[in-house]
Structure formats: structure tokens, C-alpha cells
Design a binder for this molecule. Structure first.
Ligand SMILES: [Zn+2]
Length: 425
């Protein structure tokens, strides 16, 4: 399991100038790598491997001083990132996808990352040499510790929480509010807990979510709150001369405001996910498998849906579940709001979003619309236990061999069966 820890860093003015120069260089390098691959693909229909590009980089580093000024580890990381993007592109071409989409030409990039190398260290007790990954942090007795950056030296870092596990990669990210270090650590996987209690959630725009127990969480609608001030910032920007100092100040103020809004959103979602998983001791969480990117195309709802960030919500549910050894599953969302949770019959008339209560014509059940949908989601997950359809995506799909041993087609089936040993369903 990988965890990323984020800390603020405070480079000095000289260090910041160098970091900006590096960002410019890495951006050019990334665009050059993209250009090479694009030309090779269009003229010969061939791909270029990451290895070839790294060889070219070595030649360039011998030749040019500005290449040597930037740490090689960062340049290699950029090439690897491009390699990953093009791998996805080649795959899309091979599968004949409608939208192939070249990786984009970037005007600027905002982060640089490097992998931490392993060193040979002599073990004092046994006297043998071991390969140990270098520690990026030097601890001090002051408020700020020091982050070791290649070719730059030490940068102040505020370690407000401890690192866990073995750090493998560091990224320096520039945001409107300053610089941040993202340190990725490798940890042993958490064993899954015994499933005992289950809860299902239905997400929406009027209420952020409704649980299968009928509880609701309000939607704070961050973007709607922020919209007014954002408009003001845009007006200020439009009034000032583009490229002037005053214009840059307005751009910065607007960027800060947007970062603040994003932070508020992430704060809410993080606390909500924690609450669902931990406060009520539900170790199985079930949600819909919504295709958010398709839903955003609905022009009447796109703003609300983007603002709600369901994508982040589902991803964090899965991540927290993996980190803490809990269970998270997603089921097919088709007709969850149109079907009666008591008798299982589909409503003959389509319920529009304006109708907030579900009134069953067949069995006379009257329920809140979202509560009904949440119950349907819960029952679908239970149906998957009995080997019926409905389950689409599950995050715990890593152990394919074990699934085949137990006679399941996919690893996801196996995990769902394991998860639903609770008799209360
Ligand atoms: Zn009914």
C-alpha cells in the first residue's frame, strides 16, 4: 500500500528562483519528449520507448550545461510520466477508441518529482552491507526540519505529522499559497477486518448523500458560495492591463480563492468518509458506480455535479477502506431511484428529479426518494452475494489467482462473497 504525506516547505528566495528555473526546464523537456513521440507515431506509426529517451537525455547532459544544472532524477521522472501517458494513448489506439487524444502540450508544469535512491550501508551489528533507501528528511531541534533536495541542498519543511513506512518518492508542488512536498511512502498492506455491519449511500445534489438508514448529509455547495467573489476577481483581472504587476496580483488573489474553495471541499469529503467508515463502525460501505464524466455533460446539472466531486468521494472511500482494512464496494446504479425497494417493481412512470418522494403503485410504500435509492443499492449488493448480476466495479481486484482457485471468474466476486458473511442481510 502506498500513502502520500503532504507538508508545507519554505524555500528561500534564491532557492525559489532556482526551483522556478527547473520547472521551466522540465516543462520544455516534457514537451520535447512528447514531440519526439508524436512525430515517430505520425510518420512511422511506431512508438518510442522510455529507455531510448533516457539514452538521449544522457547524451544531452554531456553536451549542454543547462541540462546538467537540473537533477537527472527529476528529468527521468518527467520522461517516465510521458511514457505512462503515451502507453495509455497507444492502448486507446489499439482498442480503436473514438477519442484517442494525444497527451497535451503543456504551457507550464507545477510540480517536480524524484525517486529516492538506494545506498549501500554497512550494518554495524552484522558487519554486512545492505541497500537502504536514503531518508529525504533531516530532523532538527527547531520548528522546521530540513528536506534534502538534489543539487539544491536543504529546504525548510514543517513536519506537522510523522512519516509512516519507507519513503520512496518526493514531489515538490507549487500552489497559489506556496510550496508543498508530497512524500510517497510504501507500507505493508492492512489485513481486512471481519465484516459485521453494512451501510449503503446514495449521492445526490439536493442532499450530499442519504444513507440506507435514512440519515441525510447536507450539500454545502461550495462553488455556489464562492461564485460571487470569483466573479469579482475576474472583473478586477479584466480591468487591469494583462501582464502588468497589478494584473498578476489579481490573478494570484483569484487563484488563492479557488485553492481555498478546493480545500474546503476536500476537508468536508475527508471528514464525511471518515464518519461513514468509523464513527458508526460500519466496516462495509456500498455506493453506486456512477459515471461522473458522462453526467457532467448534462448542461443543467454539470455545475452542481462538478461541485459535488463525487469522483473524489468514491476514490477516498476506497482509499480509506484500503488503508484501514475495511470494505468498499460499488454497484450498478441503473434504475436505483425508479425501483421500489419493498416489492422490487419498477415505477411505470419516470420519476423526475423534482419529485422527492417515492410512492409505489403496486404495494403502496411511501418513502423518501433518496432513502429508497439507498435501500436499493444495499439490496443489490446483497443480491451479488447470491450470485446475481449488478456488481460492476470493485476496488479490491488485486488477487486474481486466489479468485480462480475458488472458482470465481473475477477477483471482485470473491471479495464480495467474503464481505457478506453477515447474517443480518
Ligand atoms: Zn412497491
Amino acid at each position: 500500500m502506498k500513502l502520500t504525506f503532504k507538508y508545507p516547505v519554505y524555500p528561500t528566495q534564491t532557492q525559489e528562483t532556482i526551483l522556478f528555473e527547473w520547472l521551466g526546464h522540465l516543462c520544455e523537456l516534457q514537451n520535447a519528449a512528447r514531440h519526439d513521440r508524436k512525430v515517430a507515431w505520425e510518420t512511422e506509426g511506431k512508438g518510442i520507448s522510455c529507455n531510448d529517451q533516457q539514452k538521449k537525455l544522457t547524451v544531452a547532459r554531456k553536451k549542454y550545461a543547462d541540462f546538467r544544472a537540473v537533477p537527472q532524477d527529476m528529468q527521468v521522472c518527467v520522461l517516465e510520466r510521458m511514457d505512462k501517458a503515451f502507453d495509455a494513448f497507444y492502448r486507446r489506439c489499439k482498442n480503436g477508441a473514438a477519442k484517442k487524444g494525444y497527451p497535451r502540450h503543456r504551457k507550464r508544469i507545477k510540480s517536480m518529482s524524484w525517486k529516492l535512491r538506494k545506498h549501500r550501508v554497512k550494518n554495524k551489528s552484522t558487519g554486512e552491507y545492505e541497500r537502504v533507501r536514503q531518508n529525504p528528511i533531516r530532523e532538527t531541534s527547531w520548528k522546521h526540519d530540513r528536506l534534502k533536495v538534489p543539487k539544491l541542498g536543504e529546504v525548510k519543511i514543517y513536519m506537522h505529522r510523522r512519516l509512516q513506512g519507507d519513503p520512496t518518492q518526493v514531489s515538490l508542488v507549487k500552489k497559489a499559497s506556496g510550496w508543498y512536498a508530497h512524500i510517497t511512502c510504501e507500507l505493508p498492506d492492512t489485513p481486512k477486518v471481519e465484516p459485521t455491519a453494512v451501510i449503503a449511500v446514495d449521492v445526490g445534489t439536493t442532499h450530499y448523500l442519504t444513507t440506507s438508514e435514512g440519515e441525510k448529509e447536507d450539500n454545502p455547495k461550495w462553488y455556489r458560495q464562492a461564485e460571487g467573489l470569483l466573479h469579482k476577481h475576474n472583473q478586477t483581472m479584466a480591468r487591469r492591463k494583462k501582464g502588468s504587476n497589478r494584473w498578476y496580483k489579481a490573478v494570484h488573489a483569484s487563484a488563492l480563492h479557488q485553492e481555498h474553495t478546493a480545500n474546503k471541499r476536500k476537508d468536508f469529503i475527508g471528514k464525511l468518509v471518515y464518519k461513514l467508515h468509523h464513527h458508526k463502525e460500519n466496516n462495509i460501505l456500498i455506493a453506486e458506480d456512477l459515471s461522473v464524466s458522462n453526467m457532467v455533460e448534462n448542461k443543467h446539472l454539470s455545475k452542481s455535479i462538478s461541485d459535488a466531486s463525487w469522483g473524489i468521494f468514491f476514490k477516498w472511500c476506497a482509499d480509506i477502506a484500503e488503508r484501514d482494512g475495511l470494505h468498499f464496494h460499488q454497484v450498478d446504479p441503473k434504475n436505483t431511484s425508479q425501483t421500489c425497494s419493498a416489492c422490487g417493481k419498477k415505477s411505470p412512470k419516470k420519476l423526475t428529479l423534482a419529485i422527492r418522494t417515492f410512492d409505489c403503485q403496486f404495494c403502496g410504500t411511501v418513502l423518501d426518494r433518496d432513502h429508497n435509492a439507498a435501500l436499493n443499492i444495499l439490496y443489490r449488493a446483497a443480491a451479488a452475494l447470491r450470485g446475481e448480476r449488478w456488481v460492476t466495479t470493485l476496488y479490491e481486484t488485486r488477487n486474481k489467482n486466489e479468485a480462480q482457485d475458488k472458482g470465481c471468474k473475477h477477483a471482485k466476486q470473491l471479495f464480495l462473497f467474503d464481505a457478506f458473511t453477515s447474517p443480518s442481510l
